[in-house]
Design a protein around this ligand. Structure first.
Ligand SMILES: [Zn+2]
Length: 286
């Protein structure tokens, strides 16, 4: 079987330093483990995705010299998500939820991480004509054990982390959690390397992939994020500062690659790096 990793940015803005670091980790993992690279544009959020952002993802990646073997875009894959939805429906695992955001906040407990743990209020209601609703998948009340190649072993129960979670929102858009699982199965992704900020989604994604028929989950590695000197995550302002702005200001790819590796603690000095060197520094950190 082909071994494949994906880089999956959302075109809801221009790429920033956080994306660049993530790309370096993905390309480094591909080099280290001999994986083909799939570029997936995650434009499931049709309200926020913009054509100019999609174009800029391709363009910025090429500007740095990143190359990939295949690519896909979620908005062209509607029928694949419809089929996956039917797979869940046939098992009786999908129900509409009519709760407003306010109701969700008031009527459900929160997990340790502050996430709403949906208690299944609408599970017994069935379909009511025309009332706005999202679709939720019933997650099994079961501990998922999984291994992160950097962080070690985890045992988590999605029922206690988030409860039954939305797979399609009120506007009829597929959610991130659903689209990403369907794509990882359909595109044959064997390795997932992504930021630590998404780590808590892993158990629920493994649970959903199992319901969709994939028993063996991908291998996971969640990489550290860029932090400021105080150890805090990249601020909104820093994230808003795009690669595009630096390019327009005449800054070279080598300066940006060196800077990102420096900010991520991968090299001690803020000195320029070419792409090959930057990737090999990350390879050695894996
Ligand atoms: Zn509900």
């Amino acid at each position: 079987m082909e071994r494949k990793i994906r880089f999956a940015p959302s075109p809801t803005g221009y790429l920033h330093e956080g994306h660049l670091l993530s790309a370096l980790y993905v390309w480094a993992a591909a080099k280290k483990w001999d994986l083909s690279i799939h570029l997936r544009i995650e434009d499931h959020d049709r309200g926020r995705a913009r054509p100019e952002y999609i174009e800029s993802i391709y363009d910025d990646l090429e500007w740095f010299g990143f190359r990939w073997d295949s690519q896909s875009i979620q908005s062209e894959r509607t029928s694949i998500y419809e089929t996956a939805l039917k797979t869940l429906e046939k098992q009786g695992l999908v129900y509409p939820c009519y709760c407003s955001r306010k109701q969700l906040e008031e009527e459900n407990p929160k997990s340790e991480t502050g996430e709403i743990v949906y208690q299944g209020k609408c599970k017994a209601l069935g379909m009511t004509a025309d009332a706005p609703h999202n679709l939720r998948v019933i997650v099994p009340d079961k501990v998922i054990t999984w291994h992160d190649m950097r962080l070690g072993d985890f045992s988590e129960n999605p029922k206690l982390q988030c409860g039954d979670f939305p797979i399609r929102d009120r506007e009829g858009q597929w959610t991130y959690q659903f689209a990403v699982c369907v794509d990882d199965i359909d595109e044959g992704i064997t390795h997932i390397v992504r930021g630590e900020d998404i780590r808590s989604s892993t158990a629920r994604q493994i649970a959903l992939m199992r319901l969709l028929g994939r028993d063996t989950p991908p291998l996971y590695l969640h990489h550290p994020l860029i932090v400021d000197p105080a150890g805090k995550k990249l601020s909104k302002r820093e994230r808003a500062h795009s690669i595009r702005q630096d390019r327009d200001a005449g800054i070279s790819p080598e300066i940006l690659l060196g800077r990102v590796c420096h900010k991520a603690g991968l090299q001690s000095a803020d000195t320029p790096l070419n792409l090959e060197k930057a990737i090999s520094i990350v390879v050695h950190s894996l």
